[in-house]
Design a protein around this ligand. Sequence first.
Ligand SMILES: Cc1cc2nc3c(=O)[nH]c(=O)nc-3n(C[C@H](O)[C@H](O)[C@H](O)COP(=O)(O)O)c2cc1C
Length: 406
Amino acid sequence: MTATPATAGGGWGAAGANGRAAALRRRYPTVDDLQRAARRRAPRFAYDFVAGGVGDDLCLRRNRRALDAATIVPRWGRDVRAVDPRVRLFGREYALPVGVAPMGLAGLLRAGADEALAAAAQAARIPYTYSSVGNSTIERIGAIAPDVFWFQLYGVPADGHRVSLDLVRRAEAAGAHALLVTLDVPVRAKRSGDVRNGLSVPFRPRPRTVLDVLRAPAWALDLVRHGQPRFGNFLPYVDGRSDARTLASYVYQRMVGPMTWEALARIRDAWPRALVVKGLLHADDAERAVALGADGVLVSNHGGRQLDAAPAALEALPAIAARVGARATVLMDGGIRHGIDLVRALRAGADAALAGRAFLWGYGAAGHEGAAHVADLFAEEFRIALAQAGAADVGALRADGRTLPV
Ligand SMILES: Cc1cc2nc3c(=O)[nH]c(=O)nc-3n(C[C@H](O)[C@H](O)[C@H](O)COP(=O)(O)O)c2cc1C
């Protein structure tokens, strides 16, 4: 891919643009529009599971508020007629500095979410991170997204990490380019929205949930066609059983307890490719991760889903980037929904960002096309935002970030 005009595609609703893509742009000009449509299609418990955070959603809102508050001082007079949005991460080139964050149980919003997002990311040449508790399998995702496949690991401490290490081995065999080990779930969070909605996995019909499903006929049809979403990665560990209930009990009983630095060191030894530690908010933790051999850190508060009092990811980013940015790749996630958010994150010290919900809203609203549409939105908006910031490429943007008064 070469540098492209900042307004490649001719801007919104451009005449002559591919018919379907143009129709999607008109119908869903922003991720907010996709989120509203996804909400209408899904039962309430499924929508709330994705949209919600922990506790009072304070951290969830803090992420977005920090991004909204981050201004971009533009630099004028530079030649930005052609901008180059590409980025190199862990020795590979990607089309944009944004990837798909790992989302477990994404199939609850709409069946087939993991594979659809993987296919959309492969087509758009942006990283796709498949969750340990995804609803496909490591092997299938490796086949669907060979050029952009990253794998996220939750440890299974219950058996001395035998299964954790087997997941790592399978991710390597399936061709994952990076392994993201999540540290920010030492205990399961209390998500009051899910409790209130009677959400249970596997789905157990209660009067309230049945009513929810009746109001969402398209979703109900998916349930009949595809069955309940299963934690497919664990099929080899449940003695030939393959039903959603057995897999869910396995995950809920065994995937508990913190991922410790000691366990992380064993995973580092077992994994030969890029290792990223996900969920860091303190520069000392980032330092420790890099000292242990991590190639990258992902500054994140789990999209506001773990500790309601945690700082916004964007707020935690500059100190971590200042500490380890010269030695490791710094990623961030939490609240990213627009191309301009990528400029905000990169100016604050990130090499690239991930987005979770934004991509899932696309698939929830409009299926495969919707997932691809979110990547298109990021591409279009990021090119424009780059030019408006006065940076011809990601390197220039990051260099400008370093010259900002702090
Ligand atoms: C529905 C959902 C499921 C998630 N599951 C996981 C997971 O399995 N592993 C993980 O490390 N993070 C998980 N996360 C957190 C995301 O990877 C990411 O940190 C967060 O969603 C980023 O915020 P955003 O959704 O505002 O972009 C999940 C987030 C959501 C919304």
